[in-house]
Design a protein around this ligand. Structure first.
Ligand code: MG
Length: 158
C-alpha cells in the first residue's frame, strides 16, 4: 500500500534566538528560532508528514512542547524515534520539501541538508528534494525575515 503525507511548520525568528538549524544543518544567520526544541522547522514538518501518512496524530501529540524532556532537544532525535517506533513496516519512497525564508539565502546549503536527510532517513539523495523560496518581502513576518516556514510532502509504502 502507498500512503501520502503532508506536513507544515512555522517558527518565529528572533535576534537572540537559538542557532538556525534546518534539516540538522546549522545555517549562519543573524536570527534564530523561538522554540521549545531546537526549532528545526524542516524536521518538524517532516515528522508531521510521516505521522500524517500513518494517520498517527501529529508532532505535538507525540512530543508535547509542555514536556521538559523535549526542551532544546535535537529534533533529529524526535525524527529517529518516529522512524523506529511508528514508521515500520512502511518505508519512505520520496520526500519533497519547500522552505520559505527571506534571509539568509539557503541555496548554498541545500545539498548539505539533502545529504543529512539522506543519511538520517536511509534514503538515497535522489529521492530527497529540498526547494528554497523567499517570501518576496511580502506576508508580514515571513517577508521581513522574522519567521520561517517548511512544507513537506512524502510517500510511504508498506
Ligand atoms: Mg516546530
Amino acid at each position: 500500500m502507498i500512503r501520502i503525507g503532508s506536513g507544515w511548520d512555522l517558527h518565529r525568528l528572533v535576534p537572540s534566538g537559538k542557532p538556525l538549524i534546518i534539516g540538522g544543518i546549522e545555517i549562519p544567520s543573524k536570527k534564530g528560532p523561538l522554540a521549545h526544541s531546537d526549532g528545526d522547522v524542516l524536521i518538524h514538518a517532516l515528522i508531521d508528514a510521516l505521522l500524517g501518512a500513518l494517520a498517527k496524530g501529529d508532532i505535538g501529540s507525540h512530543f508535547p512542547d509542555t514536556d521538559p524532556a523535549y526542551k532544546d532537544i535535537d529534533s533529529m532525535e524526535l525524527l529517529k524515534s518516529v522512524l523506529q517506533q511508528e514508521l515500520p513496516p512502511y518505508t519512505i519512497i520520496n520526500v519533497d520539501a519547500t522552505i520559505i525564508l527571506q534571509v539568509p539565502k539557503l541555496r548554498a546549503h541545500i545539498d548539505a541538508i539533502r545529504e543529512n536527510l539522506s543519511k538520517n532517513l536511509s534514503l538515497p539523495i535522489e529521492y530527497i528534494s529540498i526547494k528554497a523560496k523567499t517570501a518576496e518581502q511580502a506576508l508580514g513576518e515571513l517577508g521581513s525575515g522574522d519567521a520561517i516556514i517548511a512544507q513537506v510532502a512524502l510517500l510511504i509504502s508498506g
